[in-house]
Design a protein around this ligand. Structure first.
Ligand code: FAD
Length: 489
């Protein structure tokens, strides 16, 4: 169908159908608002198509293969053959099931779906260009808009994603043959999750990180088991280095040049010459660049609507997801850190509810964050040092998984549960877990913080035996000085 130069109207216009935008649209539909959702690429956004879901599918599949191959201690001797194309087909099937579900749910909630790229024409109108020859464009007038255009991977100089050997995470998740060797630039959560995936596919992985450790922002005690496990999997690390260039090799593959991170800062002289001598070179099939993500706010013509961004391009919002323009909201990655799907979905619901006149507001204190490495890391609320900095006198409880019967029966007993509470009142302030199923276990602690629960509440809750969740109870008991299965401090 050719769409001509028509103008339609809607109460709520949502731009972007990722986990922030589609959730906002569905919630607005539930609240009987007339909603139009514009998406230029694929329902489910980065999360469902190129991020959370495909990465977790491949993490699980490579874990299954790796577990089977390394279970001699349990009396299992196997050497699984990996058909990466088959694995990718299975992952794509999972993605299709979920993205099809999003489309159906939107329609079932009365959301009008519009395929195309939206740009603001003024503070009450967007122009939507439809992709494909002869598809034209149309204008949509709105009473309220919710911007949910997400983020994209940051490129670094000389490493353009349209050069074949240079991959972003989306391309890495779509490879159909296993590279023999891979350089990963950036040891953040995306780089580390994919380093584990490829190491378990038996790729030689080298991670180059400009800082001095993996997973910046996480406490050292949480990172230690992850770094150790990565090293055991054969992943090499080069800290304090940044990649500067690459070239094809006559023998095939590429050579990647890395320089000390200070090189960029040094501007000539003896110091710079010394640093040139410290250059490193790595031969690889491909390079995955995973140095961070930046907001997609520059292609929207936000200025036509008067919407302000900060100096990194994030749209500035308040705790009700409202921008500086009263009837325009922004949610998800484009509205700032933490760039996580569940933060975006929560903001999406809040924006829809505020538009419907409900008193909704974002409470940042109990937003969990998970790194799906081996073992997993999960955190919620404040760390011990953040709590002390915020003026609390803290008490801390810890329980090691090596003392958990269930952890030992899974063959994964590295790591611990750590709970931080207010010393006087016993309220939980934060928790961190590194170990098996940390991503699932953290939910109980987020819930406890939301409810204003105390250490006593968590300790007195009967946890089924034998489960990993008993470790949460024991960590609370440890803070109270009466854990049963570990020594109390
Ligand atoms: P997006 O999901 O990026 O969706 C934005 C949508 O807007 C896109 O579909 C885009 O096509 C559309 N769009 C943009 N501009 C326009 C326009 N002008 N007109 C129309 N449509 C437009 N987060 C987690 O919480 N857990 C994880 O385990 C996790 N793993 C990840 C793994 C990887 C490899 C990556 C890359 C990300 C991961 N994330 C994870 C982050 C997560 O994917 C994002 O936080 C989340 O997708 C943000 O949701 P969003 O709706 O804000 O944006």
């Amino acid at each position: 169908m050719v769409v001509g130069d028509v103008t339609t109207g809607t109460e709520v216009l949502v731009v972007g159908a990722g986990p922030a935008g589609y959730v906002a649209a569905i919630r607005a539909g539930q609240l009987d608002l007339d909603v139009t959702l514009v998406e230029r690429d694929a329902y489910g956004g980065t999360c469902l198509n190129y991020g959370c879901i495909p990465s977790k599918a491949l993490i699980t599949a490579t874990d299954v293969a790796h577990e089977a191959a390394t279970a001699e201690e349990m009396g299992i001797h196997a050497d699984p053959a990996i058909d990466l194309a088959g694995m990718i087909d299975w992952k794509d099937g999972v993605v299709d099931q979920l993205t099809g579900g999003v489309e159906k749910l939107c329609k079932a909630n009365g959301v009008t779906l519009l395929e195309g790229t939206a740009r603001f024409a003024d503070e009450n109108t967007v122009r939507v260009s439809h992709s494909g020859e002869g598809q034209g464009s149309e204008s949509v007038e709105f009473e309220h808009a919710i911007v949910a255009t997400g983020s994209r991977p940051v490129e670094i100089p000389n490493f353009q994603f349209d050069d074949e050997p240079i991959l972003d995470s989306r391309q890495a998740l779509g490879l159909t043959s296993v590279p023999d060797s891979l350089v990963i630039v950036g040891a953040g959560y995306i780089g580390m999750e994919l380093a584990n995936v490829f190491a378990k596919l038996k790729t030689d992985v080298t991670v180059i990180e400009m800082l001095d450790s993996i997973l910046p922002g996480y406490d050292d005690d949480l990172k230690r088991p992850v770094k150790q496990r990565a090293t055991d999997l054969g992943i090499d690390f080069e800290f304090g280095y940044t990649v500067s260039n690459w070239h094809d090799r006559d023998e095939g593959g590429i050579r990647v040049v890395a320089e000390p991170a200070e090189q960029a800062a040094a501007d000539g002289g003896e110091e710079a010459e010394q640093l040139v001598d410290d250059r490193l070179e790595f031969d690889a099939d491909s390079v995955l660049v995973a140095v961070g993500r930046e907001p997609v706010s520059d292609t929207l013509e936000l200025s036509a609507a008067g919407v302000e961004t900060d100096d990194r391009g994030f749209i500035v919002t308040d705790s009700r997801a409202r921008t500086n323009i009263d009837h325009i909201f922004a949610v998800g990655d484009v509205a700032g850190e933490p760039m996580l799907a569940h933060k975006g979905s929560t903001e999406g619901k809040i924006a829809a509810e505020v538009i419907a006149g409900e008193p909704a507001m974002l409470d940042q204190q109990a937003i969990p964050a998970v790194v799906f490495t081996d073992p997993e890391i999960a955190t919620v609320g404040m760390t011990e040092s953040e709590a002390i900095e915020a003026g609390f006198e803290t008490t801390v409880g810890q329980f090691p998984f090596r003392a958990s019967g269930r952890a030992l029966t899974t063959g994964h007993s590295d790591g611990f549960v750590k709970i931080v509470a207010d010393d006087a009142a016993g309220y939980l302030l934060g928790a961190s877990i590194v170990g098996p199923e940390a991503s699932e276990l953290i939910a109980e602690l987020g819930f406890a913080i939301e409810l204003g629960a105390t250490l006593e509440d968590v300790a007195a809750t009967v946890h089924a035996h034998p489960t990993l969740s008993e470790s949460v109870m024991e960590a609370a008991e440890n803070a109270l000085g009466h854990a049963i299965h570990t020594l109390n401090r």
